[in-house]
Design a protein around this ligand. Sequence first.
Ligand code: NAD
Length: 405
Amino acid sequence: MSFKEVEQFLDKIAPLANLSSDQLKSLKRPNKILQKTLNINGKKYPAFRVQFNNARGPYKGGIRFHPHISLDEVKSLAFWMTLKTAIADIPFGGAKGGITLDSKQLSQKDLQQLSRQYIRAFYKDLGPTKDIPAPDVYTTPQIMAWMLDEYETLTQTSSPGMITGKPLELGGSLIRDIATALGGVFILEEAIEQLHISQKTVIIQGFGNAGMNIAHLLAQRGFKIIGVSDSHGAILNRNGVDIEKVIEIKQKTGSVVNYLTAERLTNEKLVTIGCAILIPAALGNIITKDNAKYINAQIILELANGPTTLEADEILHQQKVFVIPDVLANSGGVTVSYFEWVQNNQGFYWREEEVALRLKDKMQRAFNNIWEESKNKSYNFRTATYLYALKRIIAAEKLRGKIYL
Ligand code: NAD
């Protein structure tokens, strides 16, 4: 979603949040934008870090490596991070970073050099009490390890809490790898209970970290996964697909479409198939004004960032589809990143069950607090979620004397 759309949505909900024009202006303005051009073998790569808001704590947000990432998109993602940390009630602000590159074209050696250059470019603005990056699309625990090493070399410190999503050997947290999916499951379970939904059919678009893990976790809990997809296409079997088999085939052949006990169809068609729960877990702008009217699900759980356009969101609301917005649905990832940072700061590491239990508590509280506040309101659940987050951010800004009444 472009930052212009983020601004339009804020304009729309400003009266509901009783925002003054000064407050609105301040909420739309990132605190700091860092930009640098990195260079490997004579080729130039634009690099960004947007530190959006730190009223509630140090900046927090991932670093994305993608051929189409732009400053505008990083700004939107940094804004959403500010909302996510407020919703999950963790003491962070919001930031995001990125390098415009196709990482598949780079050797491991060059990828390491570029990751180190990124830290050399911005390290004075990073740190465990300033701004804490993490992985995002096409960045991995290995890349976090190189970045940590570069930071510690430059600062001559041991600072494991300067970055999260690290390998376990360097201070990573247990279950960080499945945290986004597991957080999504905890939130979905609450929604199903509140909405009294008994059908358990699921369609998942995208089969990477978020999509594959939630497929596995939901199948374990007795949900019937009837369709899944990846960038090569989609498969559907209304009697349910054998998800462990699909995972095995995806890992062996590179795509879910090689699972043969199912019908083949396009990604566009898959999202319109009738089901109880639709989970977009791939890219942004998947549900638009053109296909929203054909969506035939009771709940949409947005594991991807920005899968629904604003126009589509309104149509879904009119059709009584309950949309759990990205800033809530996928906040399990940043929540376990916070647990990783806590463990790094105290130098004491938790068992797997402890991390999972704390995650469940945070997700249940976030969902139910917003549910309570959204009851009997005419606006949709996304609006209620934004209002909940904005209230917390504004309260912190006011206490700091940054926003005047
Ligand atoms: P990933 O790179 O591991 O997986 C992406 C998946 O999407 C792949 O299976 C790919 O084949 C598929 N895909 C790509 N283009 C597609 C298309 N046109 N149609 C259908 N599938 C397509 O990425 P991920 O980490 O799983 O992230 C997926 C989404 O979830 C992103 O929007 C990301 O921002 C969001 N998210 C992820 C996390 C996390 O912790 N992984 C946290 C928060 C949000």
